[in-house]
Design a protein around this ligand. Sequence first.
Ligand SMILES: [Zn+2]
Length: 217
Amino acid sequence: MNLVLFGPPGSGKGTQSQRLVESYSLSHISTGDALREAIRKRTPLGLQAQAIIARGELVSDALVTSLLREKIAPLRENTDSFLFDGYPRTVPQAATLAEICDEFRLQPPATLNLHVPDELLIRRLTGRRICPSCGEVFNIYFKPSTLAGVCDVCAGPLVKRVDDDPETTRERLRIYHDQSSPVLDYYAERGVLYTIDANGTTDEVFEKIRSVIEEHY
Ligand SMILES: [Zn+2]
């Protein structure tokens, strides 16, 4: 079973991908992580990427594709089940992923799309308050601390992340929708797009994901 997971910032994609990986023994392929790992290990591709990033340029699709192949090849000896996270971001990348699956004799991926209304995402993201001392996360709308601005766990002051302000959040969501909709259309046209209503608790959303998977695999 191969899956591509889509979800806007604030949709809980990170948590759900972790649960999917654990429940279905999937190998988690995040191109962002693969890139950072290659740079840290100073592999030939990592060094190439580092030079490009240092020049302030974007890493090419061709390089990301090579990274993807490099990541899948050793895992493929033991598994045929992958979860792709953060890839594909464009239609050409989706076509490349189809080729890679073919090449590694993997089932073409099904796409799970976590849907949450934008207004709710904005409250989830802008309402977030974090305790820098103990790491506890609160939300002024959904999980407020007992005393405003004070951590319930360690009584430290709560802070807001700079990129969680309403303007930046709206812009992040706009970019996300602009980028993802052609790729979602690509998978919809192939009959393998499953949109999941992700407005609920982590457990509720995971149950919905599970029933979609069980129905189709
Ligand atoms: Zn705290």
